[in-house]
Design a protein around this ligand. Structure first.
Ligand code: IPE
Ligand code: IPE
Ligand code: MG
Length: 246
């Protein structure tokens, strides 16, 4: 009853927040199209919304936010769109570095960043380095990320350690230490906006027991109120992990 009252007033129950939220930031192109704008305007609006949502997560006390920004499959897009996305990212990181002392957000990157431009790689290293000392919220940006690639690169890294006689006996937890997300707890809640019902190669290992939330809202329109709704839905779920209800 207490919870229902809170829901009706549009408030968020902050006593049972997901520790880790993962978001597939999808629908930028359709957002732009619906306004008669070029796709790049959608990506700019999506980037702006990412800022808003990340700030909101920090405000309400979410510990980890992981966002899908560019997949291993997104290279299939026209070259000018890929360039636009990389340019936006570069701009975003420059600004983020400039405001880091104020924002105090720890940032990490998941994915194979070695194929990105030297400039971007430098910005990524700098961002991770400067923000290492910040605590409160950790934002993980998945960039040239694929869930299958993640598992594969982990297997390769493990094999190397094995060959060098440095490998631990493999358990699920130890294997997870080789993933891009090493040290980060699995997402509690994964959100996919834009009306698509698929994972598109996002965090395949890590989402094994996450709660899924789908909505037709396009990413540039998925603001704090929408996130509240997703969290409220999450708070109604019965997470049994294969067991029985408490
Ligand atoms: C998400 O928006 C951005 C990236 C995948 C980089 P889309 O560009 O996929 O938008 P839609 O799906 O075409 O609307
Ligand atoms: C998933 O969106 C990747 C990102 C949001 C970065 P896509 O738009 O690439 O996914 P599909 O093509 O609809 O599966
Ligand atoms: Mg899409």
């Amino acid at each position: 009853m207490k919870w229902l009252r809170k829901k009706q007033t549009g408030q968020l129950d902050t006593t049972q927040l997901p520790r880790h939220i993962a978001i597939i930031m999808d629908g930028n192109g359709r957002w732009a199209k619906s306004r008669g704008l070029p796709r790049k305007a959608g990506h700019a609006a999506g980037a702006e919304n990412f800022r808003t949502v990340a700030t909101y997560c920090k405000e309400i006390g979410i510990e980890y936010l992981t966002v899908y920004a560019f997949s291993t499959e997104n290279w299939k897009r026209p070259a000018d769109e890929v360039q636009e996305l990389m340019g936006l990212l570069e701009r975003y990181l420059r600004e983020a570095i400039g405001q880091m002392e104020r924002d105090r957000v720890r940032m990490k990157f998941f994915g194979d960043t070695s194929v990105l431009s030297a400039g971007l790689q430098q910005l990524i290293t700098e961002t991770e380095e400067i923000s290492r000392r910040f605590e409160g919220v950790q934002v993980n940006i998945c960039l040239n990320y694929g869930g299958r690639d993640d598992i594969l690169q982990a297997a390769v890294a493990y094999a190397k350690d094995y060959a060098a006689d440095k490998a631990p006996i493999l358990t699920e937890a130890r294997f997870a230490d080789y993933l891009y997300s090493a040290g980060v707890p699995d997402p509690d809640l994964v959100i996919r906006p834009s009306g698509e019902y698929r994972l598109s190669n996002f965090l395949l290992w890590q989402l094994a027991y996450s709660e899924f939330y789908f909505t037709d809202t396009l990413w540039p329109n998925f603001g704090p109120r929408e996130l509240d709704r997703a969290i409220a839905a999450f708070q109604q779920r019965d997470r049994r992990y294969g067991g029985v209800s408490k």
